[in-house]
Write a protein that binds this ligand. Structure first.
Ligand SMILES: Cc1cc2nc3c(=O)[nH]c(=O)nc-3n(C[C@H](O)[C@H](O)[C@H](O)COP(=O)(O)O)c2cc1C
Length: 421
């Protein structure tokens, strides 16, 4: 049996049941998401650091303008003066979504991953601006991520597309789902899909740093499916985290899941936003090169390569220009760690900050090499070339491999070296 034997039904639409998960900051690019869409699946873009992302893609200058506006505050540990301009967030979000949506060419869909923990100094107002602008710009679906998202639906309940846009939630436990569902039912807006993300996923994890290993995706998915059945709720469930082959996906589809969400295998595709040298590091990584740590100021554990440059950061907090993780009081764990280390530093000594990192800068510069647990298996998926580098597969190749492979087989891309010679 293959993934292609199944379909995901969302409302009246039918999709190939493969969802490429959102990967901020601009790792799941427009091009990557569009590939899934063209092939009849679902691709995500992410709105993490959207003003900065627009600056890179469209040469706008949101970040420079904000940095200039608050330049007087650059040496100040108190960042409470710094705010995002809600109009600019909406403008950037619309630009990015329209740019992506306008290039749709298949029967699939483009969703946007929106993380609640991206608090941007005024968590409710900025999240509302992001979600509303994405809907205005025609996004097909919004996947609410990184947080319990208890008040998120209230922020958009008056939007004209509230009932028409597809709305999904990422949860890692039945408990998180039941809390979210209470509010959703009260608002008369149950989610259109539920992504159940297990402990092997990339990015931030919805588990404690000490016990993520005790959890297993199949078990959580079963709990969620059983719960929905008892509640008479027919909501598609989409497992994510560690699904490395088509056969892994089929195991979930056979037992009641409606689709799978995958990401790690796409990190090294040509369309992924990571720089090529970083993609090589991903493929070269062994099991022991991957760590789950607590350096993210969001408070969530995060999985990344141990060689991520962000783990050696001692840079001055960059909140005047970025500041995406500032909480409602203008605080971020990295600012505290930085100024503590600055005070403790002996003359001429290099500053060392080990407990936190400047994730805004790290993600923006592709210095935080966040990855899924299965990253060490990426070498099974492609060819080593004569110059020692790994061939980067196309996203279409990986998508099709998930769709059609059987018996745990992984189809490597056709060698480009042989084709050219
Ligand atoms: C490089 C990378 C970045 C990610 N960034 C995000 C993100 O910004 N927001 C989010 O909700 N999930 C993020 N994820 C999680 C994925 O969307 C997805 O659910 C998960 O990684 C699927 O598991 P897999 O990578 O084992 O296939 C990220 C994953 C990776 C590999």
């Amino acid at each position: 049996m293959k993934v292609d034997n199944f379909r995901l039904q969302l409302g009246k639409q039918e999709y190939i049941p493969i969802v490429i998960g959102g990967m901020g900051v601009n790792i799941s690019t427009t091009e990557l998401a569009l590939t899934a869409e063209r092939l009849g699946g679902i691709g995500h873009i992410s709105d993490a650091e959207v003003c900065y992302v627009c600056d890179q893609i469209f040469s706008t200058s949101y970040t420079t303008r904000k940095r200039k506006k608050y330049s007087y505050n650059a040496g100040n540990p108190d960042k409470s003066d710094i705010y995002f301009d809600l109009g600019e967030i909406a403008e950037a979000q619309k630009m990015y979504v329209e740019h992506t949506i306008s290039q749709k060419s298949g029967n699939g869909a483009i969703f946007m991953n929106c993380m609640e923990k991206l608090t941007m100094r005024s968590s409710s107002e900025t999240l509302q601006a992001r979600l509303s602008a994405a809907m205005d710009a025609g996004i097909d679906g919004l996947t609410l991520a990184a947080g319990l998202n208890l008040r998120t639906l209230d922020l958009i309940k008056d939007h004209p597309r509230f009932h028409d846009v597809k709305l999904g939630i990422i949860i890692s436990s039945l408990r998180a789902l039941t809390i979210f569902m209470k509010r959703a039912i009260r608002l008369g807006r149950i989610p259109d899909y539920i992504v159940v993300e297990g402990p092997l996923a990339g990015g931030h994890l919805g588990f404690s740093p000490d016990d993520w290993q005790a959890y297993e995706l199949h078990a959580i998915v079963k709990e969620v499916l059983d719960f929905l059945k008892t509640e008479n709720q027919n909501i598609p469930v989409i497992p994510a985290g560690g699904i490395f082959t088509g056969t892994d996906a089929v195991e979930f589809l056979k037992t009641g899941a409606s689709a799978v969400q995958v990401a790690t295998r796409f990190t090294i595709t040509k369309e992924s936003g990571l720089p090529d040298n970083v993609k090589q590091n991903y493929v070269n990584a062994g099991k022991n090169d991957i760590v789950v740590n607590t350096v993210s100021p969001t408070g969530y554990p995060m999985r990344m390569l141990k060689t991520s440059p962000v783990l050696n950061y001692s840079i001055k907090p960059n909140c005047e220009g970025l500041g995406y993780l500032l909480d409602n009081k203008g605080k971020c764990g990295y600012i505290d760690s930085y100024y503590r280390a600055l005070e403790a530093r002996e003359k001429d000594q290099r500053m060392q900050i080990t407990d936190q990192t400047c994730l805004c800068t790290g993600m923006a510069k592709y210095d935080c090499w966040t990855c899924g647990d299965t990253t060490y298996r990426l070498r099974e998926t492609t060819n080593k070339m004569s110059d020692g580098n790994w061939q980067l597969p196309s996203a279409e190749h990986v998508f099709r491999d998930y769709q059609f492979s059987e018996d745990q087989r992984i189809q490597k891309p056709r060698s480009e070296e042989k084709v050219n010679s």
